[in-house]
Design a protein around this ligand. Structure first.
Ligand SMILES: CC(C)(COP(=O)(O)OP(=O)(O)OC[C@H]1O[C@@H](n2cnc3c(N)ncnc32)[C@H](O)[C@@H]1OP(=O)(O)O)[C@@H](O)C(=O)NCCC(=O)NCCS
Length: 306
């Protein structure tokens, strides 16, 4: 199965696939009257041409058939997602959604899911924002407005580690790892990270060894002066130090950063005598840039530019 961009010659195929998908795959949950209002037969091709011309569409296919399609807007709105009857529960819609995720890294995804699609979107991390009752061609439908924040899928994997975006439920384990009782400071860090994901497409992750339940530290990016050149931060709980975890996490984060179109470089700072930290910077590709006074502390700055 592959995914390719929509071509105008697909219009009739997609209109038929949509119509069949609605009439077959939603029959258990929507009445005949509802399905006919949703997908009148035969489909109105002029209407489809107009509708698809305002959307980005991707088509899933195998050697000789179209298996499904997804239509979306660049602000993150998933408008249409339909799998051909007979091909449901084989990962067609998941592959299409994954292709949109790659195209739309920088925005939240949202949709209005019908009752059939809701379990699919829930499975992919969307949350119900509200239940809606809408009239469509004079017939009432129940559906859910659903949304998925863009950091949902930004887990990073390295040989030994899983990095997942920090959430408020990490507050106490993080305070424990950082050996601090200043929970307000950790709370602010988590909230700032959340903001940062929304505004810049990066933030902080917690570091969890693969196969383990609990986090051993944190690593991430924050915009100090220019968002296009964020600061790299990292920290490990005492027992996890000396095993190369910080450098491994830092490399994964630096690689992620350089995958973002607006990031042109990263930098990090430490005190000149902090050899372990300098080692992490060097192992993540940075080299010495300058000495500076940061918050009144004599510091060395390491930097990596694109
Ligand atoms: C909703 C729809 C697009 C899902 O397409 P699909 O190709 O079957 O989805 P996938 O195979 O990628 O499903 C991935 C996972 O989503 C969940 N899922 C999908 N359909 C589900 C269903 N009917 N009930 C419960 N879970 C479902 C499952 O967890 C599934 O994984 P699994 O099969 O390993 O359990 C498809 O059912 C469809 O075209 N429905 C009719 C049209 C429609 O409602 N479109 C959405 C308009 S917004």
């Amino acid at each position: 199965m592959k995914v390719r961009p929509f071509e105008h010659s697909d219009t009739e195929t997609l209109a038929s696939l949509f119509t069949a998908s609605v009439h077959v795959l939603t029959a258990a949950l929507y009445s005949e009257a509802q399905r006919s209002a949703w997908a009148p037969q035969p489909p109105d091709l002029a209407l489809w041409r107009r509708r698809l011309s305002g959307l980005q569409t991707l088509v899933a296919h195998d050697a000789d058939r179209v298996l499904g399609f997804i239509s979306y807007e660049t602000d993150g709105h998933i408008d249409l997602l339909y799998t051909a009857p007979g091909f449901e529960r084989r990962g067609v819609a998941s592959l299409l959604l994954a292709s949109v995720e790659i195209a739309l890294l920088a925005v939240d995804l949202y949709t209005e899911a019908n009752l059939v699609a809701e379990p699919f979107f829930s499975r992919h991390g969307f949350q119900i924002i509200e239940e809606q009752n809408v009239l469509y061609r004079g017939v009432e439908f129940r559906r859910y407005a659903m949304r998925r924040p863009r950091d949902f899928n930004q887990e990073l994997h390295s040989a030994r580690l899983l990095l997942r975006p920090v959430t408020l439920r990490d507050l106490l384990p993080l305070a424990h790892a950082a050996q601090t009782t200043d929970n307000a400071r950790i709370d602010t860090m988590i909230r700032n990270s959340r903001d940062c994901w929304q505004r810049h497409g990066y933030g902080m992750w917690v570091i969890v060894p693969k196969g383990a339940d609990s986090l051993i530290g944190w690593c991430g990016l924050r915009p100090i002066q220019t968002p296009g050149e964020p600061e790299l931060l990292y920290g490990l709980a005492e027992p996890a130090r000396g095993l190369g975890f910080a450098a491994e996490a830092a490399r994964a984060v630096v690689e992620f950063a350089f995958g973002l179109p607006d990031v042109s470089g990263v930098w990090a700072a430490t005190t000149p005598d902090h050899l372990a930290s300098i080692h992490v910077m060097e192992r993540s590709g940075m080299s010495f840039d300058c000495r500076a006074h940061l918050d009144g502390v004599d510091s060395v700055i390491y930097r990596l530019r694109r």
